[in-house]
Each structure stands twice: as structure tokens, then as C-alpha cells.
Design a protein around this ligand. Structure first.
Ligand code: EPZ
Length: 416
């Protein structure tokens, strides 16, 4: 099993390009199911999750061509509208085929994703919304069996903000009879990017990015070409790494306006940040100041940045309180950070982090995608050698991680 060996306590210096956003590419690939015409995608990140999604769609009969970050998908005919457990359990985002399959072919058999390390993560809102649009959904033997002759537009008030729930229902509504209102919708930039792709395919969508999205169903959708937005979580992760290790980094091809909350917190930590177009430059000299964060749906502070900012807090001056309001079990990185000498006390959904002068390198284990990013950041700041085990978690969401960190002057290597 691959490990990442990091020799830390070196400032980061250099420039990296930001890859396409994993959490935009995944729903947008599923949008290909909504039409028999080709959907040409640019700036698709080379990630394990994208490869899994490609496999899942190909298994249904979608023709998929992948070349250097360009992916062309054509669902000329959908042979088998099934998402099997062995694929869904490795990637929960597979649930995003449910809405498109129902809209395009009137039936779908999708394995329940099951829980994951960070929480139970039910899909009740996805099911409730599809039922409101006239689908029948039964759950048998771990699978959701859904059917609908033709989905009908409906007014759906989501009980809570759910990103993929909003995306699934928005995609389903594009081909429904009549108009759908999604209220209490997620406002994440990835939802907006998906809406832009659907509009290019001929969908009639208004309000994406706000908490009320209006979709007027059309008879069919066409093919389109779409460039996936830059990954705001990848970008903010590298910036947090530079804030923790010190130094000066420049990110190319970033969408700065999509990571405002993180930039604001990094400035509060004492980083000097300059944004010029799609380039973000961060300089940090000396130890960061402790900054507290509380995760919230967009435009609030992203839960996907919580582990990275906890790592930053472990070496900051002062005490930070990190509060996680989205997932019920997203502090596993805290236990591993303590192995590096971090002073963290967990109190319910808050972690009180007292910054220390120096972390000491140690062997640690990744438990989920963003937790492992937090451990890498801590390793970059720590004295000595840190070895992060189970870094397949990282490969799911960070393209060419060791190459990019190497370009920033970090001493990292993938070892067996
Ligand atoms: C998306 O997951 C992202 N994944 C996650 O990123 C991200 O952490 C999360 O949104 C929150 O921003 C993708 O976009 C592929 P939710 P999603 O539905 O949609 C509860 C990463 O690291 N909920 O917004 O699955 C749920 O349990 C990943 O890239 C229900 O109760 O998250 C959670 O507590 C990790 N019922 C909260 O809502 C539902 O039907 C938010 O979940 C749906 C969700």
C-alpha cells in the first residue's frame, strides 16, 4: 500500500497549476446520461474518483473517451441503468446517476452508498425529491429501485442543504414535464458549474448559486462542450500548506472568488495574499496566528477545508476552535495529528487546538480524503520525517500531489 514520505520544516517556494474540480467533474459526467449526443469536457482532473465514474458510466453503455484531461462521453443508448455496490461503495458520488437515469430512461437501480468514514451520509433528500417528481423508489437488498414513466415538475423544499442532493434533483428536473422549484438548494460553485453545463445542453435553469433554483423541463437535451471549473478545495489546500510551512507560493488557473472564506481565514492567520485574475499568491513568514473556523454550507467555510485548517492551527500562535457542523464524524485526523505532537482536545463537534512551536514527524494513517490532506500539511510543517499511510485516499481527490508539492520545494516521495 502506497505511503507518502515527507521531510518537513522547509518553507514552500514555487508555482503550481490548479486542476479541474473533482466535485464539479463528477456530477457533470453524469449529465452525459441526459442526452444521446456527445458531451465534451475539458479540464477534467486525472483522479481515482474520475476513473471510477468513467468505469461506472461505461458499464451502463456510455461511450467514454479520455485524452489528456479531455473527456468525451456519449450515452447513445443506456444498456443497463444500474450502479452496482462494488463501484458505489468506493465512491458515494455514484448516487449522482440516479436523477439522470430516471429522467432519461425512466428507471434506475442504484446501490445505497452506505456510510463512510466521515459519517452516515444518508440519501433521503435525493429520494424524497424524486418521489415528489412522481418517481416510485423502493429500497430492497441494499439497492434503490426507482421508476417513473415521466417525471413531473414539483416544488421541493429540501429539509437540509445537500450538494449532491441538489445536483441529482436539478439534473432530473431538466427533462421533467413542467417546472420544478428547488428550495433550500445548495449554493456551492460546483452546483453552478453543473447548471452552466446543463444550460449549454439546452436545459432551462435559473437561480443556480442561490437557495432557490427554478428548472423548466424540456423534451430533450443536446450535446455540448464544457470546461470544468478549477478545484477550489485543491487550491485552498496548497495555500493552507504554505501558511503552515511558511514560504511563498503562487497558484495558476484558480477561481479566487470561489474560495473567499478560506482566503479570509488565511489572511486572519497572517498570510499576505495577492489575487491577480486567475493567479493567487500567498506569502507567510513566521508562525501563523491561530484562527477559529466553523464549517457551513457555501458561502460559509467549507467542511472540505476543516482538516487542513486544523493542521494549520496545530502550529499557530494561540488557541483555535474548529467546529464541524456538516458531518458527524469528521475529526479522525485529530487523533493522527496528536501523534505528531499536536495539542487537540475534542469537545463534541468542536476541537480546541493549542498551537505548538514545532510538530515532530511520525508515522500516521490517512482515514479519508481531506483528513489525509491535513496530515500532509502537518508533515510539511513538522521537524523530521512523517510517513502518511493509505494515501489512496489522497489519490481520489488530489491530482499529481507529490509532483505539485515537489514543484513547491517540498521533500516528498511516494514509497511502498
Ligand atoms: C458533497 O458531498 C461533496 N462531495 C463532499 O466532498 C462535501 O464534503 C459535501 O458535499 C459538503 O460540502 C461531492 O460533491 C461529490 P451533502 P454530499 O449531501 O453531497 C446530510 C470531498 O472531500 N444529508 O451536502 O454527499 C449529510 O449526511 C467530499 O470532496 C442527509 O442527511 O454532502 C451531511 O451531514 C467529502 N440526507 C449533510 O447533509 C441527504 O439526503 C451535507 O451532505 C443528503 C445529505
Amino acid at each position: 500500500m502506497d505511503k507518502l514520505r515527507i521531510r518537513g520544516a522547509r518553507p514552500l517556494e514555487g508555482e503550481v497549476g490548479v486542476s479541474g474540480a473533482k466535485n464539479a467533474a463528477l456530477p457533470i459526467m453524469c449529465a452525459a446520461l441526459l442526452t444521446g449526443a456527445p458531451l465534451r469536457l475539458a479540464n477534467v482532473p486525472r483522479l481515482m474518483d474520475v476513473a471510477t465514474m468513467r468505469r461506472l458510466l461505461a458499464q451502463m453503455g456510455v461511450a467514454v473517451e479520455h485524452r489528456e484531461g479531455e473527456v468525451t462521453l456519449q450515452a447513445h443508448e443506456i444498456r443497463d441503468p444500474t450502479a452496482p455496490y462494488e463501484l458505489v461503495r468506493t465512491m458515494r458520488a455514484s448516487v449522482l446517476v440516479l436523477g439522470p437515469l430516471l429522467a432519461r430512461c425512466g428507471r434506475a437501480k442504484v446501490s445505497l452508498p452506505g456510510g463512510c468514514a466521515i459519517g452516515q451520509r444518508p440519501v433521503d433528500q435525493h429520494i424524497k425529491g424524486l418521489q415528489a417528481m412522481g418517481a416510485t423508489v423502493s429500497v430492497e437488498h441494499g439497492y434503490m429501485h426507482a421508476a417513473a414513466a415521466r417525471l413531473r415538475g414539483a416544488r421541493i423544499v429540501m429539509d437540509l442543504v445537500t450538494v449532491t442532493g441538489t445536483e441529482n434533483l436539478m439534473m432530473a428536473a431538466t427533462l421533467a414535464e413542467g417546472t420544478t422549484l428547488l428550495e433550500n438548494a445548495a449554493r456551492e460553485p460546483e452546483v453552478v458549474d453543473l447548471a452552466r453545463c446543463l444550460q449549454a445542453m439546452g436545459a432551462r435553469i435559473e437561480g443556480a448559486g442561490s437557495d432557490v433554483i427554478r428548472i423548466e423541463g424540456v423534451a430533450s437535451l443536446a450535446g455540448a462542450a464544457h470546461r470544468v471549473m478549477p478545484d477550489r478545495i485543491e487550491a485552498a489546500t496548497y495555500l493552507a500548506a504554505a501558511a503552515a510551512a511558511g514560504g511563498r507560493v503562487r497558484l495558476r488557473g484558480a477561481a479566487a472568488d470561489s474560495l473567499d472564506a478560506s482566503l479570509e481565514k488565511l489572511r486572519e492567520a497572517g498570510a499576505a495574499i495577492a489575487v491577480r485574475g486567475d493567479t493567487i499568491e500567498l506569502e507567510m513568514s513566521g508562525r501563523p496566528q491561530a484562527v477559529s473556523v466553523r464549517t457551513a454550507p457555501y458561502p460559509g467555510f467549507a467542511t472540505d477545508m476543516q482538516a487542513q485548517f486544523m493542521a494549520l492551527a496545530t502550529v499557530a500562535r494561540g488557541t483555535a476552535v474548529i467546529t464541524e457542523t456538516i458531518f458527524e464524524n469528521r475529526f479522525m485526523h485529530a487523533l493522527e495529528l496528536q501523534r505528531l505532537g499536536a495539542d487537540i482536545a475534542i469537545q463534541g463537534n468542536s476541537a480546541v487546538v493549542r498551537g505548538v512551536e514545532r510538530l515532530q514527524g511520525a508515522a500516521v494513517m490517512a482515514t479519508d480524503l481531506r483528513a489525509s490532506a491535513g496530515l500532509v500539511i502537518a508533515g510539511l510543517a513538522a521537524e523530521g520525517e512523517t510517513v502518511v499511510d493509505r494515501i489512496y485516499h489522497l489519490d481520489r481527490g488530489y491530482e499529481a500531489l507529490e509532483q505539485k508539492l515537489g514543484a513547491l520545494g517540498a521533500d516528498v516521495a511516494r514509497v511502498r
